[in-house]
Design a protein around this ligand. Structure first.
Ligand code: ZN
Length: 170
């Protein structure tokens, strides 16, 4: 997975892009290597070209707030594929989404009302609230705030380790 972390001119992470996009930005002079000192580990080798794992824009960008899409994949990432009732971790395809306040009673489709749930717990809970079903939620469902920090959860540790310092600093 050849992805590059993009920082703004003040070193705050703003996006994760493909190496191709990074190369275009570098060639156009719109971005530079974010690290002044480099070692080979901080570079991605693509053919004969070396691309920094972290690049930084050379110009000031108007701040863009990116809303995290509300979708099944992101709910499962937020809940780390753990059933929010029994606490068991499952492969994504074995999980369902549960409306904490039941859909049949007009429970809304929002981050705060949807959790990852295994089939067994979903069947057991049926059209009841957790209280009615006497099933306790592991934690209250929430809307993730920081888009990019959330995106990081989708990447393996072997890549994130090269980016981490820039998140800690911002
Ligand atoms: Zn369960």
């Amino acid at each position: 997975m050849q992805k590059v972390l993009l920082l703004d001119i003040e070193n705050h992470p703003i996006n994760i892009c493909t190496w191709k996009r990074a190369l275009v930005l570098l060639m156009k002079g719109k971005a530079v290597n974010a690290r002044r000192l480099n070692n080979v580990k901080c570079l991605i080798k693509v053919g004969n070209v070396f691309i920094p794992r972290v690049i930084k824009l050379t110009y000031k960008l108007a701040v863009q707030y990116k809303e995290l899409p509300f979708c099944r994949e992101n709910i499962l990432v937020r809940d780390e594929c753990v059933c929010q009732y029994c606490g068991t971790k499952f492969p994504p395809e074995e999980l369902t989404l549960d409306h904490v306040f039941p859909k049949s009673r007009f429970g809304p489709d929002i981050w705060e009302n949807i959790v990852a749930c295994c089939k067994e717990c979903n069947q057991k809970k049926a059209d009841r609230t957790p209280k009615e079903a006497r099933m306790k939620l592991l934690r209250r469902p929430y809307r993730p705030k920081d888009y990019l920090k959330f995106e990081l959860k989708k990447y393996p540790e072997s890549i994130v380790k090269y980016w981490q310092e820039f998140f800690e600093a911002s």
